[in-house]
Write a protein that binds this ligand. Structure first.
Ligand SMILES: [Zn+2]
Length: 147
């Protein structure tokens, strides 16, 4: 199995896909309505990569519960295309560590593996200072609990 397929399998393992029927986003802007229409009732594994690409920077619009349910879809897209826009935005997002405390040790471990994958393949080189700084911050924010 390629490392890429292994990582996707790891994500599926850490985040078993479940249909989410709660509120996806609370406001009425076009992006939030689009997120609600597509993600409402769906599971993260069924969301098309193209939709995630179009909403690469919209993770912060999700409610806390929807974030927990669909965050793996953004990670899956980043694993599929580590040099793409979704991956770049996700790395910055993971660095902020929003909601990191909601995730278990196993889930956080998967997040750190995805971050490493992006940093190794985002075209900047694994030795690029920005990648080193991002990984250090992500490991601290996502590795600091439950261990
Ligand atoms: Zn909105």
């Amino acid at each position: 199995m390629s490392r890429q397929k292994e990582l996707l399998a790891h994500l599926l393992d850490a985040f078993p896909p479940k249909a989410y029927s709660g509120t996806v986003a609370t406001d009425s802007c076009a992006e939030c309505q689009d997120l609600q229409a597509t993600l409402g009732g769906a599971s993260w594994w069924s969301i098309p990569g193209k939709f995630i690409q179009e909403h690469a920077d919209h993770l912060p619009l999700l409610t806390k519960e929807a974030y927990k349910a669909f965050f793996p879809a953004w990670m899956g897209e980043a694993v599929s295309d580590p040099a793409g826009k979704t991956a770049a935005l996700l790395l910055a997002h993971l660095r902020e560590g929003r909601f990191a405390s909601l995730f278990s040790q196993q889930e956080s471990y998967a997040v750190i593996q995805v971050a490493k994958w992006i940093a190794e393949r985002n075209g900047l080189g694994p030795d690029a200072p920005v990648n080193i700084e991002s990984l250090a911050a992500i490991t601290q924010r996502w590795g600091g609990h439950g261990a």
